[in-house]
Design a protein around this ligand. Structure first.
Ligand code: KG4
Ligand code: ZN
Length: 338
C-alpha cells in the first residue's frame, strides 16, 4: 500500500537537509543543518569545505529526519534528491546518499531541480497553487522569472545576465564587513534607513525586457563606499542599506507585475532565499493587490534552502510517473525543464 511519504534530500550549497513529506504537501519532519557558521569566517561558501561537511552530516541528518517523522526507510514511497543546479561537490554528496538508500531498499528515486524545489515550497503550508501563474525565484544563485502554464511546465521569461539578486546582497554586505549571508543583514540595517537617500541605478528597466542585471548596481554601491572612504566621509549605513535594497526590490517587483499582467495570470508566486525579505514581500503584496491578483509566498523558513521543498517537488514528479535511474548525476548548471 502507498504511504504517500517522500524523503527529500538537499545538499546543493551549504545546508545539509533532509525531510519527510506526506502527499507532497504536509511536512512530517524537516531537518536543516546549516554550515553558515563555518563559512562565515571566509565571507562566503567555500565549496570544498561545504562538500566535506555534507559528507559527515548527510546520514545523521537523514536519520534525524526519519526519527522525527517516526518512520523507517521501508515506509517511504519515494526518495527525492536535488541534483542541480548548485555546487557540484556538494550536490554529489546528496545524490550519492539518495542512490545508495534507494538501491539498498529498492525505493523509487526521483532527481529534482533545486529551483523547482523552491517553487514547491509554496505547496507546504496549505496554499492552493493554481497555474497559470508567474513565479519569481530569487536566491543566492538565481534570479529567474518564470511562466508556469501547467504544473511541471516552465517557460523562462527572463533571468539575470550577471549576478543573482541574493549574490548582490551578499557581495555588498561583505564589503560592509557584515557576516554571510548578507541579505538578512542588509534588510535589518535598512529598517531605519531612508530609501531615497542615495540614487542607485535600476538595471534593464525598459519595457518588454524581463532579464535582470545587478552588476551595475553592485558597482555603483561599491563605488559609493570607496568614494566616501577616499573623502573621509562616514557612510550612513541604514540609508545606504535601504537605498541599495530598494534598487533591487523595485526592479524585481516591476518586472514581476508587468509579466503577470502581460500573461494575464491570476496568481503571482515568490520563491527562493530573497523572498524571505519582509520589505520585498510587503511591497509585492501591495502591487499584486493593486492589479487584482493573488500572491503566494512560502513561510520565511521555507524560502531558504531546505529539503521539504525537494520532497514536495519530488513527490509530485513521482505521482506523474517520473523516475531517475542509478546513473543520476549532479549537474552544476542544471536548467529548469532539462
Ligand atoms: O535559496 P537560498 O537559501 O540559496 C540559494 O539557492 O542560493 O538563498 C540564499 C540567498 C542569499 O544570497 C541570502 O543573502 C538571500 O538569499 N537572503 C536574503 C534574505 N534572506 C536570505 N536576501 C534579502 N533579504 C533577506 N531577508
Ligand atoms: Zn536555493
Amino acid at each position: 500500500m502507498q504511504s504517500g511519504l517522500a524523503l527529500g534530500i538537499e545538499t546543493s550549497c551549504d545546508e545539509t537537509a533532509a525531510a519527510v513529506i506526506r502527499n507532497g504537501r504536509e511536512i512530517v519532519s524537516n531537518v536543516v543543518l546549516s554550515q553558515i557558521d563555518i563559512h562565515q569566517k571566509y565571507g562566503g561558501v567555500v565549496p570544498e569545505i561545504a562538500s566535506r561537511h555534507h559528507i559527515e552530516a548527510i546520514f545523521p541528518v537523514i536519520n534525524e529526519a526519519l526519527e522525527k517523522a517516526e518512520v523507517t526507510l521501508d515506509d517511504l514511497d519515494v526518495i527525492a534528491v536535488a541534483y542541480g543546479p548548485g555546487l557540484v561537490g556538494s550536490l554529489l554528496v546528496g545524490v550519492a546518499a539518495a542512490k545508495a538508500l534507494a538501491f539498498a531498499k529498492q525505493i523509487p528515486l526521483v532527481g529534482v531541480n533545486h529551483i523547482e524545489g523552491h517553487i514547491y515550497a509554496n505547496f507546504l503550508d496549505g496554499q492552493q497553487v493554481e497555474p497559470p501563474l508567474v513565479c519569481l525565484t530569487v536566491s543566492g544563485g538565481h534570479t529567474d522569472l518564470l511562466l508556469i502554464p501547467r504544473l511541471g511546465e516552465y517557460e523562462i521569461l527572463g533571468r539575470t545576465r550577471d549576478d543573482a539578486a541574493g549574490e548582490a546582497f551578499d557581495k555588498v554586505a561583505r564589503v560592509l564587513g557584515l557576516p554571510y549571508p548578507g541579505g538578512p543583514q542588509i534588510e535589518k540595517l535598512a529598517k531605519t534607513g531612508n530609501r531615497e537617500a542615495i540614487s542607485f541605478p535600476r538595471g534593464l528597466l525598459e519595457k518588454d525586457n524581463f532579464d535582470f542585471s545587478f552588476s551595475g548596481l553592485k558597482t555603483a554601491a561599491l563605488n559609493y563606499l570607496n568614494g566616501a572612504k577616499q573623502k573621509g566621509e562616514e557612510v550612513h549605513l541604514p540609508d545606504f542599506a535601504a537605498s541599495f535594497q530598494w534598487a533591487i526590490i523595485d526592479v524585481l517587483t516591476d518586472k514581476l507585475i508587468t509579466a503577470a499582467q502581460e500573461h494575464k495570470v491570476r496568481q503571482v508566486v515568490l520563491s527562493g532565499g530573497v523572498a524571505a525579505n519582509d520589505t520585498f514581500r510587503a511591497h509585492v503584496a501591495e502591487k499584486v493587490r493593486e492589479v487584482g491578483m493573488e500572491l503566494l509566498y512560502p513561510p520565511r523558513h521555507l524560502c531558504t534552502d531546505n529539503a521539504a521543498m525537494i520532497g514536495s517537488a519530488g513527490y509530485f514528479r513521482y505521482l506523474a510517473g517520473r523516475r531517475s535511474d542509478y546513473a543520476l548525476n549532479a549537474v552544476a548548471n542544471l536548467r529548469l525543464g532539462d
